[in-house]
Write a protein that binds this ligand. Structure first.
Ligand code: NAG
Ligand code: NAG
Ligand code: NAG
Ligand code: NAG
Ligand code: NAG
Ligand code: NAG
Ligand code: NAG
Ligand code: NAG
Length: 317
């Protein structure tokens, strides 16, 4: 607390001094430096604006680490060798130009010392757990965690072994959920670490086959319904192959003791809406029925429905 107060006091004093001297027309407050960055070797570099009017004699370089450590330097070059900093520790880097003893404007970046090019990107394990109809939980860990993984990304490739279609997704961290899988598909899922700091150095692949279990279809959706005096014509939309690849079997329209229709479903031509007509009904009658579908994963939930046939009009059926 005392320190902070003192620092503020100092800043106020220095600002007043600058102003005072500035009025005298002698001193110059340098603008902030450009292109402040740190490279993979720990070299912090920056440049001075070509239009900088002040003559800069030195730079003050301050470092504040995420573990509370602090460093101060004063240099007369536009780089500092900071290779002694620990890889993947996060730092705030401040650079302030000094012109004739007067501090200029500061520039700040927050960054890490990136993982070096020879960092071990081998993975220790890659676990795949089925957690929902279309979802798996992926878990992995680096074999050598000495440096951490601040500049790593993990690329997961999901391959359909039948069609060989591949989907890539990128993650950070050590676990992720992938939720675009389809039941009844044979997949190959692999992962590799990529060090993004150095143009994307790729680690070795680790993968496994994963076959998604079967799962019942979503209940069918009613596309349309048209009633006549003795008929009810319906169309039904079946869940897409992309979202549930288990082979389809039957669509049921169960009207209890009045009618009970079973229609065979087929996969090969995509899954077009199914038209189902109920005929030989009585005019002006309310019919209640249940619709559901079956695939190799079992029966879907039921869609309950009611439809009323029209009144019989002379000359019309
Ligand atoms: C820069 O600083 C070093 C010491 O840190 C000194 O030896 C050198 O003379 C300085 N160069 C200039 C141009 O001021
Ligand atoms: C940077 O400093 C380290 C020691 O801190 C030294 O080993 C290394 O050679 C220096 N790099 C260069 C290019 O001077
Ligand atoms: C740091 O970068 C500067 C400017 O690119 C270069 O002149 C210097 O040799 C580099 N130093 C180290 C330690 O790599
Ligand atoms: C991953 O699988 C291995 C082997 O089955 C097991 O020992 C390990 O505990 C699993 N890790 C996680 C995070 O579930
Ligand atoms: C892990 O990586 C560090 C830094 O590259 C290395 O010094 C250490 O020997 C490695 N540990 C193992 C068990 O490979
Ligand atoms: C798959 O299901 C999702 C929601 O669960 C939906 O947004 C998407 O449109 C479906 N895909 C197809 C091809 O029907
Ligand atoms: C209608 O047919 C299905 C399938 O054959 C059967 O499970 C259901 O019990 C039948 N409904 C009635 C009311 O008989
Ligand atoms: C169902 O009825 C409609 C008229 O309501 C007719 O156009 C269609 O061909 C019929 N479909 C089947 C499969 O009988």
């Amino acid at each position: 607390m005392v320190l902070i107060t003192r620092m503020r006091y100092l800043i106020i004093i220095s600002v007043c001094a600058c102003y005072f001297i500035g009025v005298e027309g002698e001193d110059c407050i340098a603008g902030h430096v450009l292109d402040l960055r740190i490279d993979v070797g720990g070299n912090l570099t920056w440049s001075v604006s070509p239009t900088e009017p002040c003559e800069i004699e030195a730079f003050q370089v301050d470092l504040v680490g995420d573990r509370g450590d602090v460093y101060h330097f004063k240099v007369n070059t536009t780089h500092v060798n900071l290779s002694f900093l620990e890889v993947c520790e996060e730092w705030e880097f401040y650079v302030i130009p000094i012109s004739n003893g007067v501090l200029g404007h500061q520039m700040r970046i927050i960054d890490w010392i990136p993982l070096p090019a020879d960092a071990d990107l081998t993975l220790l394990y890659f676990n795949i757990t089925h957690v929902g109809k279309q979802e798996v939980l992926l878990e992995w860990e680096l074999r050598n965690r000495t440096h951490g993984d601040c500049t790593l990304q993990y690329r997961v490739a999901v391959t359909d072994r039948l069609t060989t279609e591949i989907r890539d997704v990128y993650f950070t961290g050590h676990f992720a959920r992938v939720s675009f899988l389809s039941p009844c598909v044979q997949y190959y899922i692999d992962i590799r670490a990529i060090n993004t700091a150095i143009g994307g150095i790729e680690g070795p692949l680790l993968g496994a086959n994963f076959d998604t279990p079967s799962y019942p279809l979503d209940p069918p959706k009613l596309g349309s319904v048209v009633t006549g005096p003795t008929s009810i014509s319906t169309t039904w939309i079946i869940e897409s192959y992309e979202n549930n690849s288990c082979p389809v079997l039957y669509l049921y329209l169960d009207g209890g003791s009045y009618f009970n229709l079973t229609t065979r479903l087929w996969d090969p031509f995509g899954r077009p809406p199914m038209q189902i007509n109920v005929t030989n009904l009585l005019p002006n009658t309310m019919y209640h029925f249940k619709t559901f579908v079956q695939n190799t994963g079992g029966l879907s939930a039921i869609v309950p429905m009611a439809a009323q046939t029209l009144e019989l009009q002379p000359g019309k059926i």
